[in-house]
Design a protein around this ligand. Sequence first.
Ligand code: NAP
Length: 320
Amino acid sequence: MSDCNDSDVKLPPVLRIGEFPANAHALLQARFAPVSLADIDHDDALRERVGAIVTRSNYDIDTALIERLPALKIISTSGVGFDRIPVGFARERGIVVANTPDLLNAAVAELTVGLLLALLRQLPRADRFVRSGAWSGGAFALGSSLAGKRVGIVGMGRIGKEIACRLAPFDVEVAYYGRTKQALPYEWFAHATDLARWSDILIAACPGGSETRHLVNAAVLDALGARGLLVNIARGSVVDEGALIEALERNAIAGAALDVFEDEPLEASPLCALDNVVLSPHIGSATHETRMAMAQLTVDNIVSFFSTGKAITPVLATAP
Ligand code: NAP
């Protein structure tokens, strides 16, 4: 819990917010021996020296915590999303926010393709069908092909592009919606509703936060239509979950595959009772390889900041 040396770099105490996977935790422990909220609650002198927060994108950093840490210089989050960090508030106080972009593109894109195929071919139900012995009672229901489908991506950023690349060999047509038209070989739609109307499959891959809250709403789901499928690997806040449940229950869309939810962890939800959904517990980046690389960059951002004055991957100045 004391100040720790990293090679020649003198680091101030680092506060850990949230839980990390075991290997990543061990890495943080070895480099920082981070302190906890309980530690600073009982030690004002320690609290006043905390220079860095290390966290993950599933945890809230609130303005009250930042105000309690007068020496705070950097918030280093393991994850690309920073919708739970008050970036503008931190910036006003000269505090740098750093994240771990790009390292997780492959893992999130792989999960997206996996969820989509699981939804099209009803893999969770098929698995239950075999295990339960129901197969001896007759053949399993037919699924749908991915080949030939139109895939609309809401948020064609680093992850959206990786998803588009990984879907190309499946022989699909790709289009996207975002605030800006990019120089890409895909059609751009200026409105999410128009993209949904064009799409057989709509994939949400944009950031969370107030600007994108309920971007996928009842009107977008209506435009997606009765044969349409939704995949959300972005943030739960991007989709109006109430409208989605209603659309799924009345078969106004054909199905959904969801990795993220408005309230996590998802517990008692009507989604759990629906056959036309595939659910995963926010595991977009959750592979051993990816989470270790993210943890390493989370550490390196802090070390770089205190040795050079700059984080390696700061959140850009244009972020809200
Ligand atoms: P990125 O490179 O910043 O891309 C974000 C894209 O969203 C951009 O193309 C941007 O285009 C678009 N966008 C931003 N604000 C928008 C708005 N208000 N309306 C419409 N489009 C908007 O980010 P990324 O690295 O691809 O990550 C995207 C998100 O994926 C993260 O923020 C995170 O929420 C989510 N994610 C989820 C998991 C998981 O475990 N499920 C893991 C990692 C990341 P324009 O600027 O042109 O609008």
